[in-house]
Design a protein around this ligand. Structure first.
Ligand SMILES: Cc1cc2nc3c(=O)[nH]c(=O)nc-3n(C[C@H](O)[C@H](O)[C@H](O)COP(=O)(O)OP(=O)(O)OC[C@H]3O[C@@H](n4cnc5c(N)ncnc54)[C@H](O)[C@@H]3O)c2cc1C
Ligand SMILES: *[C@@H]1O[C@H](CO)[C@@H](O)[C@H](O)[C@H]1NC(C)=O
Ligand SMILES: *[C@@H]1O[C@H](CO)[C@@H](O)[C@H](O)[C@H]1NC(C)=O
Ligand SMILES: *[C@@H]1O[C@H](CO)[C@@H](O)[C@H](O)[C@H]1NC(C)=O
Ligand SMILES: *[C@@H]1O[C@H](CO)[C@@H](O)[C@H](O)[C@H]1NC(C)=O
Length: 575
């Protein structure tokens, strides 16, 4: 019954070791990791206790944790985030997302819905591209997930010691905060990482100087003698051993370096050694399918040898819709990404970003909402063609300073409930799979969006927000904005029975919180082990049924740490 004393002692000794990060000369350029190398320098064949595929938001904390006791290989298809100012500086948000070259840290994809989106391709994953907002999951979410609350809290704290900060609250974000409070999104909870109904100032992974800290920084906690991180290492396949009628067991991977040379890595002998897929919501189900785990007919259609017929791989793909209103300001506003959130009881979340003007023609104009990064909400998703996008960018470059001045108030919804699926397009791991999210298909999602838009309208009309709005917007500004600016103003005179419903559907964008595809209870069990095969887990956002908190990254990083601790504990118990 219970846990034996020696195990408790062992676990707490372990915790003591794990709590002190090895600070590898952390500097402004970031830490210099002696264990991080270009995959071109890797041996043709190598052996490890754990092979982790994807050095992203979950993969980095997971690898750091497992390296405390075991030999870990972390394989990341992208490069290093360090010393790249596009990634490091807050004001450069959008530059990596605007870069559509194969060397970019962001890989653009367009869902079958027509919404333009991006996936990370860099060590640190989505945390190197994102808007930085850091906020924990609702305690109810934690309970429903069946996680141990105490270890969850310790894991969040472990993450927060390195990457989470309090944002500087300047005028515009403060006005949004006060506006939310004024219209009754209460109570005001001050600055907190916790998810609580009401208005709060959340955390951010940007420090007070506007420098980004990412999941890659969590590798400071790694044991440098036991971890190897390979960059530009794209995993093409997981290998399985099938012995006389028993279930397939994962035992190795193949990956290509930047010179397209093929390498193999295998698990060392040991019954508890494992391969862990942390390749993100598109990458993980895609790699499972390419390795033979997925819907049999679909795999056969692509000439992939079937290891396990698993129709649920690629199912349950969801993305949180985002709808935003541009609010032109008579006075200049600070550059800010998301800092404040209104968590309403109807399940819509109100957030904001400001400082969209960097001067005429600057690629950073309109930040999170620029067509340069694929955000283009003036036309419905299906009409967002390459040509329409190019034209929007061209027009935007001609707008005046005054037309760019202002900020966005956005709305995203809890969950969401609507979901879709993922399929392979080709057998090439570098190609995006086909993915459908069915944004706002469920009437409950649509209703939350409509509620959110009504809230935004009230914030804009609040007294607290009035310094940042025109009493009456100058006519030429409205005319210029509607003809040239790729953003939406508050919808006013719409001829429709259901104007806000239409507005929600037609202006939907992504807030990049896509998840699912290898969900708990469907593709992996509650220990994140892939059902039906041995020595394989999936640990990342692809396992989620719903997006945690108002924004997911805190919980994705926490999960990497949390599962690392669970695995270490399970092995100690088995010793
Ligand atoms: C632009 C943007 C803004 C966002 N804003 C916020 C925000 O403000 N707050 C918030 O909480 N969340 C935000 N998010 C969401 C959050 O960043 C993601 O949910 C989270 O990073 C997902 O983590 P993950 O570990 O599941 O996947 P990722 O972090 O994407 O990690 C997957 C990793 O696997 C690698 N990989 C994939 N396939 C292979 C392969 N075959 N071989 C080797 N490596 C591979 C990828 O290169 C990547 O590094 C944003 C995301 C984006 C893109
Ligand atoms: C920064 O982004 C710009 C614009 O997207 C791109 O042209 C440039 O190459 C990027 N720089 C680096 C160091 O990645
Ligand atoms: C975990 O932290 C939350 C706040 O983030 C708190 O409400 C809860 O009581 C904590 N739970 C445990 C078991 O410590
Ligand atoms: C890694 O190796 C490839 C191929 O030799 C090269 O193109 C790339 O610049 C290298 N990257 C780094 C960070 O050294
Ligand atoms: C509208 O556009 C015209 C033509 O470019 C410009 O002269 C005018 O200043 C703009 N108005 C505002 C308010 O930006």
């Amino acid at each position: 019954m219970g846990v034996s004393w020696w195990r408790l002692v062992a676990v707490s000794a372990l915790a003591a070791i794990l709590f002190s990060p090895h600070l590898h000369c952390a500097s402004q350029e970031g830490p210099r990791y002696p264990f991080m190398r270009n995959a071109t320098t890797a041996p043709k064949v190598s052996y490890y206790d754990y092979i982790i595929i994807g050095g992203g938001t979950a993969g980095c904390p997971l690898a750091a944790t497992l390296s405390q006791n075991y030999r870990v290989l972390l394989l990341e298809r992208g490069g290093s985030p360090y010393s790249n100012p596009n990634i490091t500086n807050l004001a450069s948000f959008g530059l990596p997302l605007a870069d559509t070259s194969p060397a970019s840290p962001a890989q653009r994809f367009i869902s079958q819905d027509g919404v333009i989106n991006s996936r990370a391709r860099v060590l640190g994953g989505g945390s190197c591209l994102n808007a930085g907002f850091y906020t924990r999951a609702d305690p109810l979410y934690v309970r429903n997930a069946g996680w141990d609350e105490r270890v969850v809290n310790e894991s969040y704290e472990w993450v927060e010691r390195v990457v989470a900060f309090e944002p500087p609250m300047r005028q515009w974000q403060s006005a949004v905060r006060d506006g939310l409070v004024e219209i009754g999104v209460l109570p005001f909870n001050g600055f907190t990482y916790d998810h609580m109904e009401g208005t709060k100032v959340g955390g951010t992974i940007f420090d007070q100087q506007g420098h980004r800290h990412t999941a890659a920084d969590l590798l400071q906690y790694a044991d440098p003698t036991r971890i190897t991180v390979l960059l530009h290492a794209t995993v093409h396949r997981i290998f399985f051993r099938v012995q006389g009628g028993s279930r397939p067991v994962a035992h190795g991977v193949s990956f290509r370096d930047a010179s397209r040379v093929l390498h193999r890595a295998y698990l060392r002998d040991g019954p508890m050694n494992e391969i862990i897929v942390s390749a993100g919501a598109l990458g993980s189900p895609q790699l499972l399918m390419l390795s033979g785990i997925g819907p049999e007919a679909h795999l056969r259609a692509h000439n992939i040898g079937v290891v396990l017929d698993q129709p649920l791989v690629g199912q349950g793909m969801s993305d949180n819709p985002m709808n935003a209103i541009f609010v032109p300001s008579p006075i200049p506003v600070e550059v800010s990404l998301i800092q404040v959130v209104g968590i309403t009881h109807s399940g819509s979340y109100i957030e904001a970003a400001s400082g969209s003007s960097f001067g005429r023609g600057d690629p950073r104009n309109f930040g999170i909402f620029s067509p340069r990064i694929g955000q283009f909400s003036k036309v419905p998703p299906k009409e967002r063609t390459r040509e329409a996008l190019a034209r929007a960018i061209e027009l935007m470059d001609s707008v005046e300073e005054a037309e760019l001045r202002g900020g966005f108030i956005l709305e995203k919804i809890m969950g969401p409930i609507s979901s879709g699926h993922l399929e392979l397009r080709t057998r090439n791991i570098n190609d995006n799979p086909l993915v459908t999210f069915n944004y706002l298909q469920d009437p409950r999602d649509l209703e939350r969006c409509v509620e959110g838009m009504r809230m935004i309208e009230r914030v804009i009309e609040s007294k607290a927000f009035s310094p940042f709005t025109f009493q009456s917007i100058p006519e030429d500004l409205v005319a210029n904005m509607s003809s040239r600016c790729p953003v939406n103003l508050l919808p006013k005179h719409v001829n429709s029975e259901t104007p806000l419903e239409d507005f929600c559907r037609n202006t939907v964008m992504t807030i990049w919180h896509y998840h699912g595809g290898s969900q708990v209870g469907r593709v992996v069990d509650s220990d994140y082990k892939v059902i039906g095969v041995g020595s394989l887990r999936v640990i990342d956002g692809s396992t989620f049924h719903y997006s945690p908190g108002t924004n997911p990254q805190a919980t994705v990083m926490m999960l990497g740490r949390y599962m690392g601790l669970q695995i270490l504990t399970q092995r100690l118990a088995a010793m």
